[in-house]
Ligand binder design. Structure first.
Ligand SMILES: [Fe+2]
Ligand SMILES: [Fe+2]
Length: 185
């Protein structure tokens, strides 16, 4: 299914995915201290929580043919809606971080570091797009597992490896962007 089909289907029949409950909290080791990045990473945690609620047995369900057609339709339409929201969200989130790299001058100071960070962004969004392209009503459970693994890996590896360094740079004492990036209080 093409990206625009995903977006169109989502617009037609789904509530927004990212209705973040206030309880969506980041584990302390994933807090960067950068107000906007942490808020957006919280939304990602919410995406994972929502995704895990779609299939009645995401861990053990081997084939969606074992479920009845209404159930299959429910799962597929929810996954399609989530993928539409998720793609829009991650593209926007990555754009924000890449803008911060430029505005904070990190891109000039350490181009190689930023390049690796941006390449990881491209790899993550490429994988989400592969999942979109593989949508299949008989394999929704398998795709949910793949997406869950991808998002969980992103949370644990990408944030600790890449986003943390970016935030540390922005929040250092003499940073031009420091004041705007600190959480209130
Ligand atoms: Fe990032
Ligand atoms: Fe991030």
């Amino acid at each position: 299914m093409a990206d625009h089909d995903v977006q169109a289907t989502h617009a037609a029949n789904a509530a927004p995915l990212v209705v973040a409950p206030l309880s969506a909290e980041l584990p302390p080791e994933l807090l960067t201290g950068h107000q906007q990045l942490d808020a957006e990473h919280r939304l990602l945690i919410t995406c994972i929580a929502n995704l895990r609620r779609v299939c009645i047995d995401q861990v053990n369900c081997r084939h969606c043919g074992d479920c009845d057609p209404p159930r299959r339709h429910h799962c597929e339409s929810h996954l399609v809606a989530m993928l539409g929201d998720l793609l829009a969200f991650i593209l926007e989130h990555f754009r924000t971080e890449e803008e911060i790299m430029r505005d904070s001058l990190l891109l000039m100071v350490d181009r190689e570091l930023c390049q690796a960070h941006m390449e990881d962004h491209a790899a993550i969004s490429g994988k989400v797009q592969e999942i979109v392209a593989a949508l299949d009503p008989m394999n929704t459970a398998g795709l949910i597992r793949q997406l869950d693994a991808l998002l969980t890996r992103w949370i644990s590896n990408h944030i600790t490896l890449h986003d943390m360094l970016l935030a540390r740079w922005v929040l250092r004492e003499d940073s031009v962007l420091r004041r705007a990036s600190l959480p209130p209080g």
